[in-house]
Design a protein around this ligand. Structure first.
Ligand SMILES: Nc1ncnc2c1ncn2[C@@H]1O[C@H](COP(=O)(O)OP(=O)(O)OP(=O)(O)O)[C@@H](O)[C@H]1O
Ligand SMILES: [Mg+2]
Length: 221
């Protein structure tokens, strides 16, 4: 489903060069649930962003669903992402002047559904994460854990084949973290959704099919 070949990412500023990811090769099968662990700064978010086509690698190729993504234009990339990938960001990325329901409905805008249908699907996704009572709130009126759950609802609303999650339980207490994990496990089991999750939590990682570790930008396991 996802194939990364020789991925390398260098960040350059005037004074420093950071090799954030180096020589990563990874094959992720359809329906697989993979977790990625490693110390802060080892390149987990960078790798996930590259996998999610949000950031270009400096070297290497990314094939998703048999599509080589190299020669896609920005517009084609945006469309491809929207159709195939749900992304849960480490820092939520919610739109603060949209209500919760509209934040979640946003990825559906590019599909041929009516506003009513979009809002129903968004409400269903929000119910799954236990936020039915917050539809009209704005993100700034929510706790960190609630924002995290809105971000999860937004990622699952379009039933994408792939979910990429950057520490989806990082800001939650363990009970809520377990609930979110259950949601992801269910999507993986019942919809065959391919999931890649970055986590600092060994317990969460143990619940997935496969764990890889990064250290200084390279895969060590
Ligand atoms: N835009 C950027 N410009 C320059 N360096 C960057 C940029 N983004 C990330 N880096 C560097 O790349 C490295 C990897 O960062 P990344 O965010 O991928 O780490 P991470 O493993 O996700 O860490 P954390 O667990 O703290 O989220 C870090 O050393 C970071 O300083
Ligand atoms: Mg990170």
């Amino acid at each position: 489903m996802i194939r990364l070949q020789n991925i390398e990412k260098v960040y350059r500023t005037d004074t420093v060069e950071t090799l954030a990811v180096k020589g990563v090769n990874l094959d992720i099968a359809k329906g697989e649930f993979l977790s990625i662990m490693g110390p802060s700064g080892c390149g987990k978010s960078t790798l996930l962003n590259i996998m999610g086509l949000l950031d270009d690698p400096s070297k290497g190729s990314i094939t998703i669903n048999n599509q080589d993504t190299k020669n896609l234009s920005d517009q084609q990339l945006a469309k491809f992402r929207n159709q195939h990938i749900g992304f849960i960001f480490q820092s939520y990325h919610l739109i603060n002047d949209l209500q919760v329901l509209d934040n979640v409905a946003l990825p559906l805008l590019y599909r041929s559904s009516t506003e009513k249908e979009r809002r129903i699907l968004a409400a269903v996704a929000l119910e799954k994460v236990g936020l039915s009572n917050r539809l009209k709130h704005f993100p700034t009126q929510l706790s960190g854990g609630q924002r995290q759950r809105v971000a999860i609802a937004r990622a699952i609303v379009g039933s994408p084949q792939i979910i990429l999650a950057d520490e989806p339980t990082g800001n939650l207490d363990s009970a809520m973290g377990n609930e979110i994990m259950e949601i992801l496990i269910n999507l993986n089991k019942h919809r065959d959704t391919t999931i890649v999750m970055v986590t600092h939590d060994e317990n969460m990682a143990q619940k997935t099919h496969r764990l890889i570790r990064l250290f200084d930008g390279s895969q060590v396991l």
